[in-house]
Design a protein around this ligand. Structure first.
Ligand SMILES: [Ca+2]
Ligand SMILES: [Ca+2]
Length: 326
């Protein structure tokens, strides 16, 4: 079918029960795909841990997947892919933590391709994020399509998949919005340091993978090739903690130098977002506060001092020891 504006209008007006609800394939009206050269991408993954899996989980004599080179994992989309195999995983790290801004916060690239005007060969993966590398939270994935097994190189409709990497064809990233998991515990959605990609085992059977509603997610299976499973290309970062978003960061670290300092030598106190500095003597006496964010202070007595600093945008306070020697 040639996909015209008129057919698109008809589809939108038809009952939703007949048509999947999520954003359509790259290039179609209403898509959420992000092009690899988009200027909203400010950085790319810089490190990884990969665990590749079987070409076919039901026949492990074929061995594990081998397609792809590890050097292609980091950096920009379009420099080659690496296959994960059935249920394989890869964890990516970044130059700076990812933070939650308006709209999508990062985007994942795979190497799907169109098989006709509207369907594409697509391989899916779950996406999980973590702040500390221990506790991961999965984006709530959804599959709305049929349960007739999609085979190797059968087309799939992007509108049936949501919050699954691999929804879009080569050079088009699938967006992920940290707002979707903002109520999760154990992670800080303004400081995501790890993104884990887990291949969806597309089998419509007990071997398969389920979405957030408990439905099997249908993706091409079996694909008993060295390139089986999700083919990871890249992760593009849209919002990051690069020091520009001070209001969302703690005031640490504060630099106090020199420390210890000799009596009469100026001590410099510096820190991002530093508002007020208070100086307490070890006997509890508080010296006159200063309000500049960067100060060279000269002390008149040797001894132990406590430097109290507070931030511009919150009530957060930190305390540091300073020693002045005779
Ligand atoms: Ca967001
Ligand atoms: Ca798969």
């Amino acid at each position: 079918m040639h996909f015209t504006f008129r057919t698109l209008l008809c589809i939108t007006l038809w009952p939703q029960v007949l048509w999947a609800q999520f954003a359509p394939q790259a290039g179609m009206m209403g898509t959420s795909a992000i092009f690899a050269d988009s200027n909203i991408i400010v950085n790319w993954a810089s490190g990884y841990t990969i665990e590749r899996s079987w070409q076919n989980i039901s026949d492990t004599t074929l061995g594990k997947v081998t397609a792809g080179e590890e050097w292609s994992i980091t950096g920009k989309a379009g420099n080659g892919v690496i296959s994960l195999g059935d249920g394989g995983t890869i964890i990516l790290t970044f130059p700076y933590g990812i933070r939650n801004g308006a709209g999508p916060d990062f985007t994942v690239f795979e190497n799907g391709f169109m098989v006709n005007d509207s369907l594409a060969f697509l391989e899916m993966a779950f996406v999980e994020v973590s702040t500390n590398g221990q506790k991961y939270v999965r984006f709530p994935s959804q599959y709305l399509g049929s349960s007739i097994q999609i085979g190797a190189f059968t087309g799939a409709d992007a509108r049936q998949y949501h919050n699954l990497a691999g929804k879009y064809v080569y050079n088009y990233g699938t967006p992920f919005n940290l707002d979707d998991i903002k109520d999760s515990t154990g992670i800080d959605i303004n400081n995501i340091n790890y993104v884990k990609i887990i291949d969806v085992k597309g089998a419509i059977s007990d071997l398969g993978s389920k979405d957030v509603n408990g439905n099997f997610i249908n993706d091409p299976w079996p694909t008993p090739f060295p390139s089986a499973g999700f083919d990871f290309d890249a992760i593009g970062v849209i919002y990051q903690n690069d020091g520009m978003a001070l209001s969302e960061l703690d005031i640490d670290p504060v630099s106090i130098f020199p420390n210890p300092a000799k009596l009469g030598v100026p001590v410099s106190i510096k820190g991002f977002g530093l508002n007020q500095i208070k100086i307490h003597k070890s006997n509890g006496e508080t010296l006159l506060p200063t309000t500049t964010h960067q100060e060279d202070l000269v002390f008149k007595e040797s001894g132990l001092y406590v430097i109290e600093v507070s931030s511009i945008n919150s009530n957060a306070k930190s305390f540091y020891k300073l020693v002045i020697t005779p």
